[in-house]
Design a protein around this ligand. Structure first.
Ligand code: DX5
Ligand code: ZN
Length: 234
């Protein structure tokens, strides 16, 4: 079933509870929480205290997107705070050639990612991996059968309100075809620049979990969630 994960990065924090519950009322079964460390991405957002607050507010799936270096250092605290699912960045792992700027070494990055996935599972948490728009998708194929989810970034991570990169659609399609062979139950999440006017195209390409921040929050988060749900359920 297709689902919507509103990203609280664009929510009004003066009324976080009201905003979260508006999306729940509108039919969103996930809450997407963007944790940024000011190192893997330029900005700092928020961390465990917000995860804990959201956990206490709602029974929606708490879906944490870690845009941080050394993601494994934060798994336990995020799970304790209430994360149901944690997604880390392939580029944040040594050999994935992201924030480390070191040489690309897919064999090493996959082995280290596999350890991280095992650790999430040992904590009773669902495991997701995310790839930035320019990262070769094939590098994560050996991991697909171990993961619950892959998050395809359709903008450069770090900020809400950016424009969807059209080349993402073919990446979603390629990943869905590969997942069909390796792990048909894999969730494909798409994050960045998703609006009601491109959501149907993204679903058609093979995504089944859509993140939307600026297109959901603001005035009438409930109504804007419903508009997405109409497309997701069509
Ligand atoms: C960007 C974050 C996104 C962001 C999406 O790095 O990972 O989750 O909140 O925002 P919109 O939907 O406004 O592009
Ligand atoms: Zn995100």
């Amino acid at each position: 079933m297709n689902e919507l994960a509103p990203s609280i990065l664009s929510a009004d924090f003066g009324d976080l509870r009201g905003q979260v519950l508006a999306t729940r009322e509108g039919g969103a079964s996930y809450m997407h929480i963007d944790v940024m460390d000011g190192h893997f991405v330029p900005e700092i957002s928020f961390g465990e205290p917000i995860i804990r607050s959201v956990r206490q507010m709602t029974d929606q799936v708490v879906d944490v997107h870690l845009m941080v270096t050394n993601p494994g250092d934060h798994f336990e605290a995020c799970v304790k705070a209430g994360a149901d699912s944690i997604t880390f960045h392939y580029e944040a792992v040594e050999g994935g050639a992201g924030a480390y700027g070191g040489p690309r070494d897919p064999g090493k990055a996959c082995a280290l990612s596999e350890e991280l996935i095992d650790r999430l599972h040992a904590l009773g948490c669902k495991a997701g991996i995310s790839v930035k728009p320019r990262t070769p998708l094939e590098e994560i194929y050996p991991l697909l059968d171990k993961l619950e989810m892959v998050l395809i970034m359709s903008v450069e991570p770090g900020f809400g309100g950016q424009k969807y990169m059209p080349e993402s659609t073919e990446r979603i399609r390629a990943l869905r075809a590969e997942a069909q062979k390796r792990n048909p139950a894999l969730r494909i999440q798409v994050d960045g620049g998703v609006k009601t006017d491109n959501a149907a195209m993204i679903l058609e390409a093979g995504a089944d979990l859509i993140v939307a921040g600026s297109a959901v929050f603001g005035d009438d988060a409930e109504g804007r969630t419903r508009a997405f749900m109409d497309i997701l359920r069509a």
